[in-house]
Design a protein around this ligand. Structure first.
Ligand code: ZN
Length: 518
């Protein structure tokens, strides 16, 4: 009887201890979901940052405004935040771009100057166009070069179709789809040869045209969707470089080829601002039991500036800000310190996060886990173990606490492989930190929003972003509460298939601390 009673007591107590932890966790998870659902700040933050401030090109005044906005926002939530300087960049401020066709008829064209493009010095430049010639070799190109004097030079291929492939596939016959693809491939190959026969890289080609007296460079970097072009940076130092939408670029190209002599007027009003400091925004909720151990949220803050950087990486930014806000409210005294990093200059080579890793070895050494998000507005559907041998053990345990509705389509790969680049988690993985990328489903990110002129507020799917904020907050909570420190043991990487050399873990790399001046 006595023994039986003891057994009964043990049987009763054991599940009780487990269920105490479980119920504490489920209460917290419920509180996170409630706060995210009833008091969401996602739309407000998206409007303030994307519509109110705009795109966040490194070295631009808008990037600085965004950093100051983030610090003020965290402060208003009672969270300590600071801007940490890590380098300097060429300062440049986008201005008005006016691009019009004035001959053979009048049409305002859809286009914009590339980032860091020179201005037209307060003037409007009106000139004819010329297409980069198909020459025999680099000698012939040098002989052809004087033809560009006083003209805008078109350096992109004219796309044979403005319809994306999915549209062809839905409505075209198999024969016409195959024919279009074959013609396009041939045309792409021919254009690549045309450029390579100049003997110059894209950058040096632009500089050679500038030196030869061209008045501007005109390109069209179509992003394979309706209305989307990717807008990157210019290489010219004196003359403007502009991108024109596929439809208008094709119009000019065809008119030029048929001898209709089109002319365009261009005015670009950007400003050079000299070298300016660059920052990361870092915010913190201090840990109570293990203040010197860290769980970090991570998302780059900078963007290209053809759109407003809504999904690259506004959405990652809002996920992390919202998770921080929720955690501060429902979990204000975490066991470990919670940090968030809003990195500068990810787009030019993970510079802000690499600088943080280099400048804060004491934090990096004691980091329990890091969660980064940077591939669009979609629900998180992919998480890998980043090549940490035991990642399944702890990530599996943390993920188990996420209610099924927030991980329905989630695919996990453990132990996975270390990320060598792509986004800021790679900077931490290189330093041995269990740093995980939260991979979103696509919403046609690659063609429609990534680095495009259409990466704007209206592309955000707020339900998905909310889902991700909840998921992130739960993972951060679980990582903070975990009685164990995460294992950093790495997998043995497969050897190189060609050389037979043993596989190497990605190396930690230094950031560019003085950028935009090469
Ligand atoms: Zn990004």
């Amino acid at each position: 009887m006595k023994n039986a009673l003891r057994l009964l007591t043990i049987l009763f107590l054991l599940p009780a201890t487990i269920s105490f932890a479980q119920s504490k966790d489920s209460l917290m998870v419920a509180a996170i979901i409630k706060e995210a659902s009833e008091n969401s700040q996602l739309k407000n933050n998206a409007h303030e940052l994307l519509d109110g401030i705009g795109p966040r090109l490194v070295g631009s005044p808008k990037m600085q405004q965004a950093h100051d906005w983030a610090v003020a926002k965290y402060t208003s939530w009672g969270i300590t935040a600071r801007n940490e300087k890590w380098g300097e960049w060429r300062g440049w401020e986008r201005g008005i771009s006016h691009i019009d066709m004035v001959q053979p008829w009048v049409k305002t064209l859809e286009g914009t100057q590339l980032a860091w493009s020179p201005s037209t010095g307060g003037k409007t430049i009106t000139a004819e166009l010329i297409i980069i010639a198909d020459v025999a070799d680099s000698m012939a190109f040098i002989q052809w070069l004087p033809n560009v004097k006083g003209k805008f030079v078109m350096i992109s291929m004219m796309q044979p179709t403005g319809r994306p492939d999915y549209n062809w596939q839905e409505f075209g016959t198999k024969e016409s789809v195959d024919k279009m693809k074959k013609e396009r491939t041939d045309q792409n190959d021919a254009w690549r040869k045309r450029i390579s026969k100049t003997g110059l890289s894209n950058k040096n080609l632009a500089l050679a045209l500038e030196k030869a007296g061209a008045v501007g460079i005109v390109g069209s970097n179509w992003s394979a969707g309706f209305g989307v072009n990717k807008i990157f940076g210019a290489s010219t130092t004196k003359i403007p470089t502009i991108d024109i939408a596929l439809e208008d670029y094709g119009l000019l190209y065809r008119l030029l080829e048929s001898g209709k002599n089109p002319m365009i007027s261009v005015r670009t009003d950007s400003k050079e601002l000299g070298m300016v400091p660059t920052f990361n925004t870092v915010a913190e909720i201090k840990g109570t039991e293990k203040p010197n151990e860290y769980v970090m949220l991570s998302a780059h803050f900078d963007s290209w500036d053809g759109g407003t950087g809504a999904t690259d990486n506004g959405t990652g930014t809002f996920v992390m800000m919202e998770a921080m806000r929720i955690l501060k409210k429902v979990y204000p005294n975490p066991k470990r310190t919670i940090l968030v990093g809003h990195w500068g200059s990810e787009e030019q080579g993970l510079n802000g996060s690499r600088a943080f890793v280099e400048d804060h070895s004491e934090i990096v050494k004691n980091m329990q886990a890091l969660f980064n998000q940077d591939n669009g507005t979609g629900r998180v559907v992919n998480i890998g173990g980043a090549g940490f041998l035991h990642s399944y053990e702890y990530m599996g345990r943390w993920l188990a606490r996420v209610p099924s509705g927030y991980k329905q389509e989630l695919e996990t790969r453990f132990p996975g492989a270390p990320s060598g680049g792509g986004s800021d988690n790679a900077s931490f993985v290189a330093a041995g930190v269990p740093a995980f990328g939260l991979g979103s489903n696509s919403w046609l990110y690659g063609s429609y929003t990534w680095h495009t002129n259409r990466d704007t507020y209206d592309k955000i799917v707020f339900d998905d972003v909310k889902n991700n904020a909840i998921l992130t907050a739960i993972l951060v909570y679980m990582a903070c509460e975990d009685p164990a420190t995460t294992s950093r043991e790495k997998i043995v990487l497969p050897s190189n298939r060609l050389t037979g050399e043993p596989g190497k873990w990605p190396e930690q790399r230094s950031p560019t601390r003085k950028g935009g001046i090469d």
